[in-house]
Design a protein around this ligand. Structure first.
Ligand code: AMP
Length: 280
């Protein structure tokens, strides 16, 4: 496995004759990230994983400085997952100065995560566009845990003509149902118990949909579970049309997503579940 910044990546990339898959990450790797790497391994001849905590996507009051950076453990996780090149650029190499020109995430970038974290998705898409340019991958693998991010990357690939196949992998969860996240390590044991209301709420929504309930009732089923959890504060909970991220109207049928964001003990957690709504 090779490791390096921009110069080493360019030299390595120039030698590749087969297909290349990219897995972008911010490090603090867990088995969700490793599942993406395993999928990348199956989809291309060589795999690049990037590890870069991107300041552009953090708000001024967010956790950029304290975001975990266990670099040695991350390298072993990449090695175990069969990564060929770990692209780990220094901050000053990616941003010698604050970029004037950025990718604009548009209307889909202003709702839900984008409404709570202004500028977040412009920062995400700017770094992803830089990674696409630097790595020049044939495929890129992202997690559906960050579903709004996934949809925006999909849209950027189409709108900016990146010649890249995008692959999305379902949310990887711990045995107790909590979606794996690098930020879970901020949770105290008590917070973690509280946070389990999130996957329970998603299950309640799925069960309500399976009983043939309509969008409002599905949201209510999930909201009741979250509201019963002391110490958990809901940021948003919404059943949206998966194609548009617009809230589902009462008679909606087709592919929907239940989106949830909640604060538990100062840690912001997000999760989602796809929900199929039959004709009512
Ligand atoms: P991050 O390092 O948090 O920026 O995430 C890097 C990639 O891993 C993104 O594509 C995420 O959607 C994905 N990811 C993070 N957590 C999970 C998870 N629990 N299941 C699946 N993919 C995940």
């Amino acid at each position: 496995m090779d490791i390096g910044g921009i110069q080493a990546l360019r030299a390595w990339r120039a030698e590749q004759t087969g297909t290349v898959a990219l897995v972008p990450t911010m490090g603090a790797l867990h088995s969700g990230h490793q599942a993406l790497m395993a999928r990348a391994r199956e989809s291309a001849d060589v795999v690049v994983a990037s590890i870069f905590v991107n300041p552009l996507q953090f708000g001024a009051d967010e956790d950029f400085v304290r975001y975990p950076r266990p670099f040695a453990a991350d390298l072993s996780a990449c090695e175990d997952a069969g990564v060929d090149f770990v692209f780990a650029p220094a901050l000053g190499e990616m941003y010698p100065s604050a970029p004037e020109v950025r990718v604009c995430s548009g209307r889909m970038g202003e709702v839900f995560e984008g409404a709570s974290r202004p500028g977040h998705f412009d920062g995400v898409l700017t770094v992803v566009a830089k990674l696409f340019t630097l790595v020049a991958p044939h495929r890129a693998v992202f997690g559906l845990k960050d579903i709004q991010q996934f949809c925006l990357v999909q849209r950027m690939i189409a709108d900016l003509n990146f010649d890249i196949d995008l692959i999305g992998l379902p949310v990887v969860r711990d045995a107790d149902g909590l979606a794996l996240s690098s930020r879970n390590q901020y949770l105290s044991p008590a917070d973690r118990q509280t946070a389990l209301a999130i996957p329970r709420a998603l299950q309640a929504a799925t069960a309500a949909a399976e009983e043939g309930r309509r969008p409002k009732a599905i949201e209510t089923a999930a909201r009741e579970v979250l509201e019963a959890a002391a110490g958990l504060e809901v940021d948003y909970l919404s059943l949206v049309d998966a194609a548009t991220f617009q809230p589902c109207p009462p008679e909606f049928h087709g592919s929907a997503l239940l989106l949830v964001s909640a604060d538990v003990g100062g840690t912001r957690l997000i999760d989602n579940v796809p929900i199929a709504l039959e004709c009512g």
